[in-house]
Design a protein around this ligand. Sequence first.
Ligand SMILES: C[S@@+](CC[C@H](N)C(=O)[O-])C[C@H]1O[C@@H](n2cnc3c(N)ncnc32)[C@H](O)[C@@H]1O
Length: 357
Amino acid sequence: MPFYQSPKKISAFDAKFEAQKIAFAPVTFQVARCLHKFGLLNQVEQSSNGTTLAQLCANSNLSEYAIHVLVDMGLSMGIFWHKDDCYHLDKIGHFLLHDDMAVKNLNFIHDVCYQGLFDLDEALLQGKPTGLKHLGDWKTIYPGLSQLPKHIKKSWFEFDHYYSDHAFEALLPLIFKTKPKHIVDVGGNTGKWALACTRYNNEVNVTIMDLPGQLEVAMKNAADNHVADRIQPFETDLLDDNKPFCQHGDLYWMSQFLDCFSNSQIINILQRTAAAMKPDSVLCILETYWDRQPYEAGAYCVNATSLYFTAIANGNSRMYHSKDMLKMISEAGLYVDEDIDNIGLGHTLLRCKKKPN
Ligand SMILES: C[S@@+](CC[C@H](N)C(=O)[O-])C[C@H]1O[C@@H](n2cnc3c(N)ncnc32)[C@H](O)[C@@H]1O
């Protein structure tokens, strides 16, 4: 990991400026969102010689006052530059407008997290997702996912899928290397991975273990894709030891799943997985670990995502350091047979097997 291992090289003057940016971070976030929402980034981009305030006003429903405060803050944020009364799009503005990841992250933070993060201090004190009340009345976000208002659900799923979708294509050949006939997708959500597997290999069967709301959507997707005979739903709640666990799969698959649980819950789930595995079964864990990110931007996004789990999702899980996950895997009676970094957008695949008795 090439970052965070020594003091940042920055002058006191610049560090003071960075501290002000943190103090005003909710302002910059909302300004970026409004510049997007009201089409002002687009408008400035479209005029190759720059745009005046009057031109922006002529094409907008917003008042001159509203546009003026937004674009002036946009200058301070490095989104625009300004000369001879004209605003021009700068590089940061370009990426805010065109970088998919920035757009998905922005929508997710606004729709799913923004209000709930106000309660972060209480969530930290109580170990409960105290910010979740802004979305609904559930113990964790997972039973509520299928009931979220449409635009919030869209932002949640686009955020979740953005990261896993980028990894799936590269993963299929790695996963089918051992020729599994029965894959158990633990926390399989809407069935995207199960569908990708059935498309890739025309013999494999996939069982999706998940909560009822997600399984309903997954099975509709399986039927729409004419593979309902090869994808089986397995309804369970992995926080309840009395609920069943799918036995004897050739390959257990956990993608962006274990980060939804605390350390003790992960050890329990992995122990139950090990107990369900045959001696030659494989468990594949796909996660983004902050210490395995090739770039500092990745570690920033991964660490920031942890606080969504704290304040909104469940109050006790996070994006882990790989060493913590490796320790939990070993404690559960498994060992890592293969460890592959840099899949998709900073994902790591851990291929695990049962320790011999
Ligand atoms: C972050 S999503 C990951 C989805 C998918 N595997 C992917 O890679 O995009 C986590 C999944 O775990 C499921 N999940 C969370 N808590 C669960 C529980 N207690 N029992 C069963 N499934 C659970 C959620 O419903 C959700 O589908």
